[in-house]
Design a protein around this ligand. Structure first.
Ligand SMILES: [Zn+2]
Length: 435
């Protein structure tokens, strides 16, 4: 815990109240209309919005294996810059995080970086191959205490394997995060199947390839009474199925990415692979259904699917390019633009979908706590009245594949506090000595 004292003056709480907050030794010690403290470092929030530190349930940190694209440290820096205090490292590394050794390695690298909590996600199946269950119990019992399991990048396509995985994780209240992609319907697919793919001559990726798996898995999870999370929902039909499942009391949660809340398949007309992503960008109708689903709680959370790729993997022909986009540093701005500035959500809902709800789904007890006395000071401050121009060359990530380069976005993250210590201070990253 930090011995430091920080006094945040004039912050707008998610519910609109203006408060001063005093942080002492890692905790929120006082919240009041006016606090004076001569020993504290004073931060003038001037009406900026204060949120519980953001929690990402879907981050690709690429370590071990592709340290040229990202490392746990560089991804943690990008997270801190974007206002995150917790990241969930997806299992599709090399080697795959399908055993206790790899998840403990990633967990330790996160602690060494010391900028956010890095919680490893374990693979559902060995090698992400979808055939034999991974060492789920050993990962759950490991130092990393894994509770979220996913073959993300791949779909757990075999219904019997999915059933066994869902049954296994019940022992410790785990959750399987499914990348919903029916493999046979998406062989060689390059972008959303529709008008634009037909014009461009790129192989289409039908909405039903996603919806068929979502439908199957909500029925399956209901049958075995386990817990299912749907990664990156992208289609209006997918939102409808989840709405139906929730109305029946089925134990399912779902996420949407910032890019699917803003971008459509029209961007593929540029043939710029920076817009190539899995699942693909969809249509305007889908984007509107996703926003509505997030607003009414059908979709529980926003998760970034931050997917860094080296320039060799992205600066090439569309067909050869890897799927994926950077997302950590732009996530909150995109949510403000699509949900706050369009009056579909308020800041209390944003605090919920970017912090409280993902922390609850994954069981990250130190995160997503309400901003109240005694809470661990994982905190983000964003100036919603400021805007910024996205410049990929200023990214803290090791990769440059943001689809938002050159976009003018609202909302500037100015401070991130991780356990009471600033990792971002007045917009500048702070490297803490955690040795
Ligand atoms: Zn995925």
């Amino acid at each position: 815990m930090s011995p430091h004292r920080y006094l945040i003056k004039g912050a707008t709480m998610p519910d609109g109240r203006i408060c001063d907050l005093l942080i002492v030794a890692g905790l929120i010690q006082t919240i009041s209309a006016k606090i004076e403290d001569t020993d504290a470092i004073v931060i003038k929030a001037n009406g900026s919005v204060i949120l519980p530190g953001l929690v990402d349930l879907h981050t690709h940190l690429r370590q071990p294996g592709r340290e040229d694209a990202e490392t746990v440290l560089s991804g943690s820096r990008a997270g801190a810059k974007g206002g995150f205090t917790a990241l969930s490292a997806m299992a599709n590394t090399s080697p795959v995080a399908d055993n206790a050794g790899v998840v403990e390695q990633v967990f330790r690298l996160g602690q060494q970086a010391g900028l956010v909590d890095v919680f490893p996600i374990g693979a559902v199946t060995q090698g992400l191959e979808g055939v034999v269950l991974a060492e789920i119990g050993a990962m759950a019992d490991s130092l990393a205490r894994v509770r979220v399991f996913s073959d993300d990048g791949n779909c757990v396509f075999d219904p019997l394997v999915m059933r066994r995985g869902l049954e296994y994780i019940k022992k410790f209240d785990g959750v399987i995060a499914q990348h919903a992609q029916e493999p046979r319907l998406t062989v060689g697919s390059q972008m959303n199947e529709g008008e634009v793919s037909a014009i461009l001559g790129l192989k289409g990726w039908p909405a039903i390839a996603e919806e068929a798996i979502i439908a199957r898995d909500v029925l399956l999870v209901d049958h075995v009474k386990s817990r299912l999370h749907i990664c990156h929902v992208t289609t209006a039909g997918g939102v409808e199925i989840i709405r139906w499942a929730k109305a029946r009391g089925i134990n399912v949660t779902a996420e949407v990415t910032p890019h699917h809340l803003l971008l459509t398949d029209d961007f593929a007309r540029s043939y710029d692979p920076v817009f190539k992503v899995n699942p693909p960008l969809r249509t305007e109708k889908d984007v509107m259904a996703l926003r509505e689903g997030l607003s009414d709680g059908t979709i529980d959370i926003v998760a970034t699917d931050h997917a860094p790729h080296s320039s060799e993997s992205k600066e090439c022909e569309w067909h050869e390019a890897s799927f994926g986009m950077l997302a950590l540093e732009t996530a909150l701005s995109i949510v403000q633009k699509t949900m706050i500035d369009s009056h579909l959500m308020n800041w209390t809902q944003v605090a919920n979908c970017l912090s409280t709800a993902p922390a609850r789904i994954a069981g990250y007890g130190d995160h997503g706590q309400p901003l109240q006395v005694g809470s661990i000071a994982n905190i983000t401050i964003v100036d919603p009245h400021a805007s910024w121009s996205v410049d990929r060359d200023l990214s803290a990530s090791k990769s440059r594949n943001t689809p938002f380069h050159g976009f003018e976005l609202p909302g500037v993250v100015t401070y991130t506090f991780f356990k009471g210590v600033p990792t971002l201070f007045a917009g500048a990253l702070v490297e803490n000595d955690v040795s």
